[in-house]
Design a binder for this molecule. Structure first.
Ligand code: HEM
Length: 259
């Protein structure tokens, strides 16, 4: 009631046009302060209010466009993307410095409500903080070390991949990836023997038991499902695109192919 009276008196006092103008100026100023960069922030193209650099992105050929931005602003530049101030780092040595040498400084993800809605920030790729470290890069480095124990990165895995891919192909044709993963977890739980782990799922089931008194670490059945989904999604498109580029480069430079 009080708000209605206040609104009515404001509207009587001023006309709609000036109210809209005031609102616009207010939004512009708050947007400016929200996106204000610290003093040492890397340079970048001028950003539009509200929209940022959305029109600076050439989504068809982003690699070529980013190269042009490098020529203009150097190997470290900034963009305003979706309301977030983003720093873009280019070149092997700088990327290595940021993601490997200073890895723990940069190992944090922005809080994204969409991720919370989709998988409650479980698994690996949308996880963050303590449970992400336990799953991937903490003292236990669970995912990385478990996958290595089962031969990831070694040539000996090739024959197993070729064997497994037949079953995976068949299963994915018959049902969705999620349904397939859930069924696999259930099957593993039925004849699980902690003293003889057969694969990643068995090791994760052991980790669930070990971490019962540390729920913050995020090891539970739901987390296992999202972890596998992340490995599946993160490992397929990336690998096929990398192979595709490798083939394209070898076609372009046949002398490399000859080696
Ligand atoms: C040549 C192939 C691959 C490329 C180029 C690639 C590239 C990348 C990159 C750039 C990231 C970092 C994303 C970020 O946090 O911003 C990443 C993360 C990740 N990749 Fe790969 N990847 C490849 C293969 C794979 C494979 C085979 C797997 C699974 C077995 C995998 C699983 C993951 C997972 C789970 C993450 C998230 C890690 C985390 O959140 O800490 N990737 N990958």
């Amino acid at each position: 009631m009080a708000l209605q009276v206040l609104l009515r008196s404001v509207l009587e006092w001023t006309d709609v046009q000036s109210l809209l103008l005031f609102l616009l100026v207010f939004l512009l100023i708050s947007d400016h302060f929200r996106r204000r960069n610290p003093k040492n922030f890397p340079p970048g193209p001028w950003a539009l209010p509200f929209l940022g650099n959305v029109f600076h992105l050439d989504t068809k050929q982003p690699h070529i466009h980013f190269n042009e931005l490098v020529k203009c602003y150097g190997n470290v530049f900034s963009l305003h993307l979706g309301g977030v101030n983003t720093v873009v780092v280019n070149g092997y040595s700088l990327v290595k410095e940021a993601l490997i040498n200073q890895g723990s400084t940069f190992a944090d993800r922005p809080d994204c409500p969409l991720n919370r809605r989709i998988n409650n920030c479980q698994g690996i790729a949308f996880n963050n903080g303590y449970s992400w470290k336990q799953a991937t890069a903490g003292n236990s480095r669970f995912t990385v070390s478990t996958l290595r124990d089962f031969g990831v990165g070694k040539r000996s895995l090739e024959s197993q991949i070729l064997e497994e891919i037949k079953f995976l192909h068949q299963a994915v044709l018959e049902k969705s990836v999620c349904a397939f993963l859930r069924e696999e977890i259930e099957n593993h739980q039925k004849d699980w023997d902690p003293s003889a782990p057969r694969d990643f799922i068995d090791c994760y089931l052991s980790e669930i038991e070990k971490r019962r008194d540390d729920p913050e670490a995020g090891f539970h059945e739901e987390g296992l499902c999202y972890c596998m989904l992340d490995l599946f999604v993160a490992g397929t498109e990336t690998t096929s695109t990398t192979l595709l580029w490798a083939f394209i480069y070898m076609m372009k430079y046949p002398e490399i192919q000859g080696r």
